[in-house]
Design a protein around this ligand. Sequence first.
Ligand SMILES: *[C@@H]1O[C@H](CO)[C@@H](O)[C@H](O)[C@H]1NC(C)=O
Ligand SMILES: *[C@@H]1O[C@H](CO)[C@@H](O)[C@H](O)[C@H]1NC(C)=O
Ligand SMILES: *[C@@H]1O[C@H](CO)[C@@H](O)[C@H](O)[C@H]1NC(C)=O
Length: 351
Amino acid sequence: MGRRCTGVVALIILLLSVASHGRELPVKKSDQSFVYNHTLAKTIVEYASAVYMSDLTALYTWTCSRCNDLTQGFEMRSLIVDVENCLQAFVGVAHNLNSIVVAIRGTQENSVQNWIEDLIWKQLDLSYPNMPNAKVHRGFFSSYNNTILRLAITSAVHKARKSYGDINVIVTGHSMGGAMASFCALDLAMKLGSDSVQLMTFGQPRVGNAAFASCFAKYVPNTIRVTHGHDIVPHLPPYFSFLPQLTYHHFPREVWVQDSKGNTTEQICDNSGEDPDCCRSVSMFSLSIQDHFTYLGVDMQADDWSTCRIIAAQSVKQFRKELTSNIITTKHNADISIVEPSVQTDWSSSR
Ligand SMILES: *[C@@H]1O[C@H](CO)[C@@H](O)[C@H](O)[C@H]1NC(C)=O
Ligand SMILES: *[C@@H]1O[C@H](CO)[C@@H](O)[C@H](O)[C@H]1NC(C)=O
Ligand SMILES: *[C@@H]1O[C@H](CO)[C@@H](O)[C@H](O)[C@H]1NC(C)=O
């Protein structure tokens, strides 16, 4: 780690060690909510990993190197790429889960470390619409709400439900992708009903305050927030237990995965969102970036570390070529939404 990072880590340690001496929010420990399903998590994490792939053709045709194993047979319905904002997502049908899967990519930059450092300073600078006292980070919210993601995802979900009946929707993402996935799941749950939407994120940062977290838990009760070992990202932006109403606050339910000597344990945490016995119990001195990049044994990084725009621009160009030559004429019947700085293309192919 460079000098800048060391300084920042020292600051976090200071802030969080102060926080850990504070009072805890009173926590209701009633556990009537739905059960964590390990098999399902193993499958969902593979979708969250696949959405990082930069070869759009392989992703679109579900032939990428991460597009196999438990996700075999996935029916791609919509591939969404926003070159300017460096966003990527897909929507499709996982027939073995009888569900629609929405996956949103995390930060795809060679400077994930800078991104993580910046998380410390994120302000709660936006009042979430129609939720009293709920505040969120404007940047996280806008990446979903004010880009192509919201419109493209909701319309793809709507079309898939028209074709397959009102099957459930599972929304996933890792890191920043998990933050956007949270807003997406909330948006879909408000439209389709809480019973139809499930959220499972991996290593996501906090996105809002306590009022937001408790509203979120009502709308999207079927939420699992997986954290891994010493991953630093779920600890950011900071939560201060002595200022529970003023700082960021996770929504439930965390599942904390730890590896110890070849054994993996999964701890189901309480429904406070900030269980002191889960990842918050890790000493601030041993938080790491390393644990951010593997979840349930699956690689959660971009496969190419050039800057996002270069990759996206190149792969969009290549993709267009292959699209016109052979993809459309073969088996595919999906929507594609690509936003480039100057042009917007949004078209549907058909058999
Ligand atoms: C867990 O999820 C899998 C699908 O991945 C499903 O087949 C299984 O029935 C689920 N188990 C429980 C206990 O719900
Ligand atoms: C979210 O998106 C909707 C629809 O595009 C827009 O009307 C609204 O102003 C956005 N909300 C915020 C807070 O930016
Ligand atoms: C690994 O997990 C198993 C089952 O939970 C337990 O019995 C065993 O003692 C653990 N081994 C180590 C080395 O922790």
